[in-house]
Design a protein around this ligand. Structure first.
Ligand code: FES
Length: 207
């Protein structure tokens, strides 16, 4: 397990990721493009669900109290990684800046329907905490990131995650940028807050 905190940078801003650049991204990533990925601040401490929860595909409780601002952790739910990103005010600002650059800013597409409570700009119940399935909606690769704002000119200043397989780029709300292979935003799993610091993934039923 490892932990990394994302910090905000103020590097060159360059937004549009056209097909040619995307191809470059994909190729670079495929051959282990260290220079490209070096600007990333990869993340993650894993929360480990109980064996019983894993085997049953049951909802998973996650204590989010220890996630520092800018930090992302992951857990497993039904065999898939679920990200918990504690977004800083700067990260939320980058999401607002990305509104005009993403393909489906209001998450109305239905390939991976976004729950009503996350169908907003930040795609979350509370603005600071992103809860998302870390699987690309194109062909199922696992995107890398989160990327600090402005640290990677090739991806664009508002990029949050990169799928290395075919170059789809997502913002820090999991919204796919325009003209990317991925047909939809990253999936938001059903979830709800059991308390201010406890989130249940896999169940959003009302009590
Ligand atoms: S699997 Fe992510 S871009 Fe193709």
């Amino acid at each position: 397990m490892s932990t990394t905190t994302v910090t905000e940078g103020d590097g060159p801003l360059d937004r549009s990721v056209d097909k040619e650049r995307r191809a470059t991204i994909a190729v670079a990533a495929a051959v282990g493009g260290a220079g490209l990925i070096a600007a990333a601040v990869p993340f993650v401490t894993s929360f480990l669900p109980s064996e019983r929860a894993l085997s049953a595909g049951a909802p998973v409780e996650v204590d989010i109290a220890g996630i520092a601002p800018g930090e992302m952790r992951t857990t497993e739910w039904r065999g898939r990684p679920v990200w918990f990103l504690n977004r800083t005010p700067q990260m939320l600002e980058s999401i607002r800046r990305a509104d005009k650059e993403v393909a489906d800013p209001k998450s109305v597409r239905t390939a991976y329907p976004t729950p009503a409570y996350a169908r907003n700009e930040y795609r979350s119940i509370k603005p600071d905490l992103l809860v998302a399935v870390g699987i690309c909606t194109h062909l199922g690769c696992s995107p890398t990131g989160p990327y600090a704002s402005g640290t990677n000119a090739m991806l664009g200043s508002n990029a949050g995650f990169l799928c290395p397989c075919h170059g789809s780029v997502f913002d820090l709300a999991g919204r796919v940028f325009q003209n990317m292979p991925a047909p939809d935003n990253l999936e938001i799993p059903p979830h709800k807050y059991l308390s201010d610091t406890l989130v249940l993934v896999g169940d959003d039923s009302k009590a």
